[in-house]
Design a protein around this ligand. Structure first.
Ligand code: CP3
Length: 352
């Protein structure tokens, strides 16, 4: 299999966009820019559309998901749209009872902790994924030359919700399962790899020009734990979509110690969180890897002067990488003034 002939990378619509070029390692005179969580609560137009509709329900209504995806592109003139969805959507589509509790995050009715829980898990098919394909097609048609970035959760991060049943810093049930029942752990993560790969495949086939694999919590593992319990499964996701040639970004928070290992899963671009500078990231990864990042999202709650000088330093340091895509070190904080995000986009686009 390969990309459909009407795919925007094949038809030429997005292939020469600054975002796709930078993702492919061709440095741009000023870095393209987008924001993780650019769609969402920082925007009044988002809060308006979401009135009375649950978070995951809004992801499964194609007109709504498409509209929310387009909002930050219209407002901020960012160089890429990121598909409005969530890493737990494939769980929900596979029949897992999961809700996003505002201010908390994903919460499951029945976490998966035993072999018999695991055996009840279903798989995904074209029918269940139809709302995703429909939403992607709708927004790609509107986006024209602006690429859409698809995404999914890496097996470790996804499994952390599936097994703990809610957001957890220490991940106690996961740590116990890894060491006392490594076979069950591995089977659950392989299942997660399969459903995330199907989720990504659907987005790519419907027109996403690149994808990002979020292993947001991988930085909580030691390098040895990451290598044994998470990395093989992240690798599997990329292997499962190997036939679809799009740029592949890997991202996690606090991943300094495992940056090289994350790259070796098959990512072509590395997302950098703000625990290290881009200079350090280039030292670790070498000058042959495109990088993305990494302004501290909390700086956007402060004044413009601090944002500007931090952004300028990031642009300077990004020039030593093969290519650079400007982003935050993690998602936009809901309290961010959207005016500052627009101003940052203008500033980065005008950088000398
Ligand atoms: O603009 C974008 O970046 C695309 C949209 C996007 C969402 N979730 C929408 C969302 C993306 C890329 C995600 C990925 C995601 N979801 C991750 C990985 C990225 C990361 O942040 O590290 C994770 C860990 C999740 C799980 C999740 N979903 C959490 C922890 C939360 C926050 C809960 C809260 O209320 O604080 C969500 C909810 C969520 N996903 C929101 C959005 C816009 C907020 C929901 C709302 O509007 O009430």
């Amino acid at each position: 299999m390969s990309l459909p002939t009407d795919h925007p990378l094949v038809s030429g619509k997005t292939a020469t966009s600054p975002m796709v070029q930078a993702l492919n390692g061709i440095a741009q005179s000023t870095p393209p820019i987008w924001f993780m969580r650019q769609a969402g609560r920082s925007l009044p137009e988002y809060r308006e559309v979401r009135k009375g509709i649950g978070m995951l329900d809004s992801c499964l209504r194609p007109e709504i998901a498409s509209e929310i995806t387009l909002q930050p592109v219209r407002r901020h003139k960012v160089d890429a749209a990121v598909f409005f969805s969530d890493i737990v959507i494939p769980l929900k589509l596979a029949g897992v009872e999961v809700e996003i509790v505002p201010g908390v995050g994903p919460v499951l009715n029945s976490p998966v902790r035993t072999r018999s829980d695991f055996q009840k898990l279903d798989t995904l098919n074209e029918d269940s994924l139809k709302p995703i394909a429909d939403a992607v097609r709708l927004c790609v048609a509107e986006l024209g030359k602006t690429p859409l970035l698809g995404f999914g959760g890496a097996p470790f991060t996804l499994a952390s919700y599936l097994i703990e049943g809610r957001p957890s810093k220490e991940l106690p049930t996961c740590h116990t399962m890894m060491t006392t029942d490594p076979e069950l752990w591995s089977d659950i993560l392989q299942w997660c790899a399969n459903i995330t790969a199907e989720f990504l495949r659907t987005q790519i086939n419907a027109g996403a020009s690149a994808i990002q694999l979020f292993d947001s919590w991988a930085g909580r593992l030691t390098p040895t734990q990451y290598e044994t319990y998470a990395m093989p499964h992240a690798k599997k996701v990329f292997q499962l979509i190997e036939d679809l040639p799009v740029p592949r970004i890997a991202f996690g928070v606090g991943t300094k110690k495992i940056l090289k290992q994350m790259k070796s899963t098959g990512a072509t671009v590395m997302g950098i969180s703000n625990d290290i500078s881009l200079e350090e990231a280039v030292k670790i990864l070498g000058t042959n890897t495109p990088i993305q990042g990494n302004l501290d999202p909390e700086l956007l709650l402060g004044n413009w002067e601090d944002i500007e000088s931090a952004a300028d330093q990031i642009i300077r340091e990004g020039r030593s990488a093969k290519s650079h895509i400007f982003n935050l070190g993690h998602g936009v904080v809901p309290e961010t003034d959207p005016y500052l995000l627009t101003k940052l986009v203008e500033h980065v686009h005008a950088a000398l």
